[in-house]
Design a protein around this ligand. Structure first.
Ligand code: MSP
Length: 509
């Protein structure tokens, strides 16, 4: 049996333009997808856009366009951003696509046939000017949280999902599977939420029309979250599964932000239980980014545009920074000074220097041809054994999505490389003809360490890895596939050019 891995991002709302928060989720998934692929897995990586619902309808109206026109326009921005950031998703789903609508309606029918969907009445507080329903807890002093005006209690006919029926089954599943919800703090949060009791869930609306109609009762549109969550299986062609994608890839690992935890760990699993489908393998909720200490928002005009960041600092730099700066799962703060600090120290000083010093010395002492290594001394053995130790360590950390710890481990190898240069002092060895074999060993190990480092950073910084491996004369055509062989050391005799600076330092005033 082939090893398979299915990872998903949330599907992004089209009533907002992409910012670093969105880029963060997608990049984390991309690192996982690239990592698993390089370790022999067949990978499905899904992203897309969430295009239905009242918010999109309202945003379109305000812009004087149809919801689909708005979606068509904004979806391009997301797609252009993912192209720019070099993400390797294998599918992009839009909830307005026929394939998706079909699955949502089939899913609705199948749960209804089971008796877990019934018609009832939804009662909540309604703000007429905003045309929005609010729950008791959402309101502020009994008024609409958006416009502060008075609300009235209104009833709306609605279909309900018997979520309460699945409370015990869900609780048992979370308890029996400690990794189902990660990190642990989020798991605890959901455990206590479910223990308090689940109510049945309203899953249709009649107050607006931009959505997927309820099969057999077109007055109702299916609730956006029932619609949106189903994307994870509609993209696999469920239920027909003509291409056997569902059979091959389901269940998925869902990476999400902490704000949409409940939808993914309570609603979605209970929908799946009702439909008789296996639950997701894991739901990992990451934290939120603020910008220079403040919440990111359009009104504060502090939205950080990832496209522009990538143009200014480089794609791999942004990929590195976002995953290195903050432990995955915790909140973090974006600041230009932190970004520049990482560029100058981790990228220019540590990684960039190791590559340029090594290749420059090889040019100087061996005319750019990789020598045959001689007998190894303790210092060499110690350095070389760190190669495989780092791979093991970084792989284990990536399996837990501990991206920043994996990068720290990789950077320990980079530092060890720089230290190896300082301690073996190739410039001194080069002065003594008798030390030629010693110099050859040192230079060989050093340059071969670049190969290992490049392979380790591949999921994070694919273009940088390609540059380094190309410099080392490696064939990179299969670098991003399961066929790439990790363990083959460099061949003595290979010609290696002097590297051009990869990460120029950024001068700050
Ligand atoms: N459409 C829903 C998801 C449906 S999934 C079936 C949605 N979309 S969203 O566009 O609002 O958010 C998508 C993701 O971006 C979420 O995971 C959210 O946590 C993440 N982020 C949005 N702002 C963020 C930050 N400031 N920081 C980090 N991530 C943030 O929710």
């Amino acid at each position: 049996m082939e090893k398979t891995f299915y990872i998903t991002t949330p599907i992004y709302y089209v009533n907002d333009v992409p910012h670093i928060g969105h880029a963060y989720t997608t990049l984390a998934c991309d690192v996982m997808a690239r990592f698993k692929r390089a370790r022999g897995y067949q990978v499905a990586f899904l992203t897309g856009t969430d295009e239905h619902g009242q918010k999109v309808e309202a945003a379109a109206k305000a812009n004087g366009e149809t919801p689909l026109e708005l979606a068509d326009r904004v979806v391009k921005r997301f797609q252009a951003l993912w192209d720019k950031l070099n993400t390797s998703h294998t599918d992009f789903i839009r909830t307005t696509q026929e394939r998706h609508k079909h699955t949502v309606q089939e899913q609705f029918k199948s749960i209804e046939a089971k008796g877990d969907i019934y018609l009832g009445e939804y009662e909540d507080w309604y703000c007429t000017p905003c045309e929005t329903f609010w729950t008791e807890t959402q309101m502020i002093n009994g008024n609409c949280p958006d416009c502060s005006r008075a609300t009235t209690k209104l009833k709306e006919e609605s279909y309900f999902f018997r979520m309460s029926k699945y409370q015990d089954q869900l609780l048992a599943h979370i308890e029996a599977n400690p990794d189902f919800i990660q990190p642990k703090s989020r798991r605890n949060e959901i455990l206590s939420f479910v223990r308090e009791g689940l109510r049945d869930l309203s899953i249709s609306r009649t107050s607006f029309s931009w959505g997927i109609p309820v099969p057999g009762n077109e007055k109702h549109v299916i609730y956006v979250w029932f619609d949106a969550l189903t994307n994870y299986i509609s993209a696999l062609g469920y239920p027909e599964d003509h291409n056997k994608l569902f059979a091959t890839f389901w269940p998925a690992v869902h990476v999400i932000g902490k704000d949409i935890l409940r939808f993914h760990t309570v609603y979605w699993p209970t929908f799946l239980m009702a439909a008789g489908l296996p639950l997701p393998r894991q739901i990992f909720a990451h934290g939120w980014w603020t910008v220079e200490g403040q919440k990111m928002s359009k009104s504060l005009r502090n939205v950080v545009e990832p496209h522009m960041l990538a143009d200014t600092y480089g794609v791999d730099t942004i990929r590195y920074f976002l995953l290195r700066e903050v432990p995955f799962g915790l909140d973090g703060d974006f600041s230009h000074s932190a970004l520049i600090g990482r560029i100058n120290s981790d990228l220019a000083n540590d990684l960039g220097n190791l590559v340029s010093r090594s290749s420059a010395m090889l040019g100087k002492y061996f005319d750019g041809t990789l020598p045959q290594p001689g007998i190894a001394e303790t210092i060499d053995d110690k350095f070389v054994s760190l190669f495989s130790e780092t791979v093991t360590k970084s792989d284990a950390l990536l399996d837990e999505m501990a991206f920043n710890k994996a990068l720290i481990a990789i950077w320990e190898l980079i530092s060890a490389g720089n230290k190896y240069i300082d301690e073996t002092a190739p410039w001194a060895l080069a002065k003594d003809p008798e030390q030629q074999p010693r110099l050859a060993t040192v230079m060989y190990n050093l340059v071969d360490s670049l190969r290992v480092i490049a392979l380790l950073v591949t999921p994070f910084m694919p273009q940088t890895a390609e540059k380094i491996l190309t410099l080392l004369g490696r064939d990179i055509s299969s670098l991003h596939t399961e066929e790439f062989d990790f363990s083959v050391r460099l061949t003595p005799g290979t010609r290696i050019d002097k590297a051009t600076p990869m990460f120029p330092r950024i001068e700050t005033k």
